[in-house]
Design a protein around this ligand. Structure first.
Ligand code: AMP
Length: 287
């Protein structure tokens, strides 16, 4: 595996891949890798002849007072894990390399970035959009793999690629979970033992809400109330949002009669966790 830290070196290596006719599959990350990231890498391995992974803790997607400084980092360990997965290129630039000047271009998503996580983290998706656009222009992948864990991000990246006509196929891989259901996340490292024990409440709430829909519940407000009640029954959890929304518009439907996304965010102590599951309600029997 080649580890590159400059854009110039990445472009040279990309040129070599092009000359030799290799398709490139790309997995952008912020590092401190876990099995969720590695599942994306394994998917990328199947999709491209050269697998590129980036590790960059992107300051522009963190708000003031968020955890940019304390975000966990361990490049050496990450590189060793990626080596084992047969990754070809690790691109790990510094902040100065990625942002030599303060960007003036802003990526907006017409309100799709102002709901769910975007409502609690103003500016977050503008930062994500900018860094992903920049990474796509450096790596020029044929295909890029994202995780369902960040469902809103995956949707916005699809829209970015569609609206700006990036020649990149977007693949979304399922959420990888701990045995007790907690979605894997680099931020799980922040949890105290008590918070860690309480954290699976998010997934349990999502499953209960899915079961209600599959049993016939069609009122999104009732589903959201169920989600909220389950999370709030855990004393260590402080709910940020509980949502039952259309998978494309991210708006709450009048009635659940098509595919929805159940999404949750909650604080456990100082750690903000998110999780979601897509649900396809069974077709109602015609009268
Ligand atoms: P991050 O390093 O948190 O920015 O995540 C990098 C990529 O890994 C994103 O596309 C995430 O959606 C994805 N990802 C993070 N956690 C998981 C997980 N538990 N399962 C699947 N994908 C994940």
């Amino acid at each position: 595996m080649e580890t590159l830290s400059t854009i110039a070196a990445a472009r040279r290596r990309r040129e070599a891949d092009r000359r030799e006719g290799r398709t490139v599959a790309f997995v952008p990350t912020m590092g401190f890798l876990h099995e969720g990231h590695l599942a994306l890498v394994r998917r990328a391995r199947k999709l491209g002849e050269a697998v590129w992974v980036s590790i960059f803790v992107n300051p522009t997607q963190f708000g003031p007072g968020e955890d940019f400084e304390r975000y966990p980092r361990d490049l050496e360990r990450d590189a060793a894990l990626l080596e084992v997965e047969g990754v070809d290129v690790l691109f790990a630039p510094t902040v100065e390399e990625m942002y030599p000047t303060k960007p003036v271009v802003q990526v907006g998503f017409s309100g799709l970035d102002a709901v769910l996580c975007g409502a609690s983290r103003p500016g977050h998706f503008a930062g994500v959009g900018l860094v992903v656009a920049r990474l796509f222009n450096i790596v020029e992948p044929h295909v890029a793999v994202f995780g369902q864990k960040d469902a809103q991000q995956a949707l916005l990246i699809r829209r970015l690629v569609e609206d700006l006509s990036f020649p990149v196929r977007i693949e979304v891989a399922p959420t990888v979970r701990e045995p007790d259901g907690l979605a894997m996340s680099s931020r799980n490292a922040y949890l105290s033992p008590e918070e860690r024990a309480a954290a699976p409440v998010l997934y349990r709430a999502l499953r209960a809400a899915r079961a209600a829909i599959l049993a016939g519940e069609r009122d999104p407000l009732a589903v959201e109330a169920l989600l909220r009640g389950r999370v709030e029954s855990e004393p260590l959890a402080r709910l940020d949002y509980a949502a039952c929304v259309d998978r494309q518009s991210l708006k709450r439907p009048e009635r659940i009669d098509g595919p929805v996304l159940l999404a949750l965010a909650a604080h456990l102590g100082s750690t903000r966790l998110i999780d979601n599951i897509p649900v396809d309600p069974p077709l109602e029997a015609s009268p």
